[in-house]
Ligand binder design. Structure first.
Ligand SMILES: Nc1ncnc2c1ncn2[C@@H]1O[C@H](COP(=O)(O)OP(=O)(O)OP(=O)(O)O)[C@@H](O)[C@H]1O
Length: 627
């Protein structure tokens, strides 16, 4: 139990304390000093008011104008000043706390971003547990009230509370007895344990229902978001989603509500009873001493006020408790995210500075030598002894059924994943030895799920090569060759139009137009010096005529460039210099279109099937085509 408490209460607080230097030494020292003063002021106020009470009989006896009267007035003024000072300094504590929170959260946000982007591989970002830890950490960054920065400020604010407690205990020790002081201190801490410990246990319940919470949030966002808006209406999903959402939300909240009573109410009653018994016993002993005439009026006032004020410190601290609890969880989630990322990186081959990439590579060929690959966390081989040559300057088409491993091959070629066994070479040099960033500049890719950035049309094309200064003429040329320049010019602000309706003056494009933007992006990268072009289903959203027109110019667009074309459309694949058929992670056939048709194998069968569909007036996807 003690170990559990140490792990859930002490270790996370140490992690928060380690964040403090991020806020800057001056700010931490200033806030710490302020917290000490704020802790001492209420103690001094109790001292001053108790002295006032003790001075009243003499002042009443002496009457106005007497020395005793003016002493009373002076002490009263002092008490008022102490009270006012506290009122003035408390907002300053809040303001400095907010500043501390901003600095720490800003630094942690930057840290999370740099860790997320540091890995050259995408393996960690495909790992569910890693993504969960990141979501958990960043959610609290957004909810500023419970962020790591606010937990650090909250932790420091505890100094004020505990200085007060020690101050009141010291007064009780001095005027009543040290055992009484110790008893009140313990009673307060017991109260506090009931309050704060309940919050800790309650927050742990939330982490146990995280699965339902994720589902509830997902269902709400899908139902209300723009992406599923069409299907929600056309499929009539509103009722179904509403029921699923309320079921998931109930499954999340019911156990929380049930545990809440047990975690808060029962301990609260028990600890309150213990605290009340101890404080009542101390108050009774003070009253006895007073009635026996053993202590002065001032000491009586001091004793009673200090006991009551100390016990009140067992309550919930709004400036600290929720912040520290949830901020600690965010800090722990961030630490877990970093550890998982470091772990994933450690599993990658040692990344040195890497060999430079010759500007014209590949000049001879890129080869896959007996490459095996399974996704992290899975033992199923996706590539299973793949031997493949991509000759320089030629277009190699890759075909295969869904799930054959074509996109996976592109991920290895761009080093988003590393082979589990075997190797890739570029003109004989192991790809793993080349500098990753330099190699990626050499490659231009249109992914099947390319990104539609909510940026201007010009930005959407220029992201293909941000390492070169932007030249609008070159960018326009790439757009024109991809057949999208006229459509972009027709937008409200031409190339400066933001490609999203979520922005004022923004516009959206059709699926085919977006695909042309992605093609323009890759052609722009070629202009910037890339020598390998990879197109993964680049024309799936183009109509048949547009696709034919694109491939008619493809050879001219990619002259001298090594290209890889993945497509299910045999009409486009047949123009490639070489065609490779992949099945179950291996090359099963390769050659030119004519050679493969003559061989009458897998390719020939699929080609004939599609050709028959075309003859019947259907395209590769079974849609009707114009003849
Ligand atoms: N991130 C991933 N984690 C685990 N398995 C994956 C991941 N991505 C793909 N796979 C699996 O790897 C296999 C090959 O997928 P890949 O995307 O390479 O196929 P593909 O040939 O490109 O298919 P398609 O023609 O449908 O695009 C599939 O069985 C898929 O389920």
């Amino acid at each position: 139990m003690i170990r559990n408490w140490y792990r859930s209460a002490v270790v996370p607080r140490r992690a928060i304390a380690r964040l403090l230097p991020t806020a800057g030494g001056g700010l931490v020292a200033g806030l710490l000093a302020l917290d000490v003063v704020l802790g001492l002021l209420p103690v001094a106020f109790v001292l001053a008011t108790s002295v006032v009470v003790g001075q009243v009989p003499a002042a009443v006896d002496g009457g106005t104008g007497s020395a005793a009267w003016s002493d009373l007035v002076s002490t009263f003024v002092l008490a008022a000043v102490l009270f006012l000072a506290r009122q003035v300094l408390a907002p300053l504590q809040t303001a400095l706390g907010v500043r501390m929170q901003r600095r720490i959260d800003g630094a942690l946000r930057d840290r999370a971003l740099s860790v997320a982007l540091r890995s050259t591989s995408i393996a960690p970002m495909e790992d569910q547990a890693t993504l969960e830890a990141l979501t958990e950490a960043t959610r609290e960054f957004e909810a500023e009230f419970r962020s790591p920065g606010s937990s650090a400020a909250g932790l420091l604010a505890l100094v004020a509370r505990y200085v007060q407690l020690v101050g009141f205990a010291a007064i009780i020790g001095a005027v009543v007895s040290w055992p009484a002081a110790a008893a009140v201190f313990v009673a307060t801490m017991v109260f506090r344990y009931g309050q704060r410990g309940g919050l800790r246990r309650y927050s742990q319940v939330w982490s146990q229902v995280i699965g339902f919470r994720r589902r509830s949030v997902y269902l709400r966002e899908v139902a209300m978001g723009p992406e599923a808006a069409k299907e929600m209406r056309v499929f009539g999903l509103a009722g179904w989603f509403t029921d699923e959402y309320s079921d998931a939300t109930k499954a999340m909240l019911d156990p929380v509500a049930a545990r809440r009573r047990r975690l808060y109410l029962v301990p609260y009653l028990v600890y309150t009873a213990i605290g009340l018994v101890i404080s009542a016993a101390v108050l009774v002993s003070i009253a006895r001493s007073a009635s026996a005439g053993e202590i002065t009026l001032t000491a009586l006032a001091l004793g009673i006020q200090s006991v009551v004020a100390a016990i009140a410190l067992g309550e919930y601290y709004p400036e600290s408790d929720v912040q520290t609890q949830y901020g600690m969880q965010a800090v722990a989630a961030l630490a877990e995210f970093e550890a998982r990322m470091a772990d994933a990186e450690a599993r990658l081959p040692a990344a040195g500075p890497g060999l430079p990439v010759p500007p014209d590579a590949p000049e001879e060929a890129i080869r896959f030598d007996d490459v095996h690959f399974a996704y992290p966390g899975s033992s199923r081989p996706v590539l299973d002894g793949l031997d493949l040559e991509l000759p320089a300057g030629l277009c190699t088409a890759i075909v295969g059924v869904n799930g054959a491993g074509k996109t996976t091959l592109v991920k290895l070629l761009t080093r988003l994943h590393e082979p589990t066994a075997g190797r890739l070479t570029v003109d004989g040099t192991d790809l793993a030895d080349l500098d990753v960033a330099a190699w990626r500049r050499q490659v231009s890719v249109v992914f099947q799920d390319f990104v539609r950035y909510e940026l201007s049309a010009a930005d959407n094309i220029a992201v293909g090569a941000v390492h070169v200064p932007r030249e609008m003429a070159v960018l326009r040329g790439a757009a024109a060759r991809a057949g999208i320049a006229d459509a972009v010019d027709a937008l409200p602000s031409g190339f400066d139009t933001t490609l999203s309706r979520a922005y004022e003056g923004g516009a959206d494009l059709s699926g085919g137009q977006w695909q042309r933007i992605a093609i323009a992006r890759s052609l722009y990268a070629l202009e910037a010096g890339a020598r390998l072009l990879v197109l993964d289903e680049p024309t799936s959203a183009l109509d048949v005529r547009a696709e034919a027109a694109f491939f008619d110019r493809f050879v001219e667009l990619t002259r001298g460039v090594t290209s890889v074309l993945i497509s299910h459309r045999f009409s486009s694949v047949r123009r490639a210099d070489r065609i490779v058929v992949i099945d179950a992670g291996r090359v099963v056939e390769q050659g030119t279109h004519d050679e493969l048709v003559a061989a009458d194998g897998h390719y020939a069968r699929l080609f004939r099937l599609q050709a028959e569909r075309f003859a019947a007036g259907l395209d590769a996807d079974g849609n009707e085509v114009e003849s």
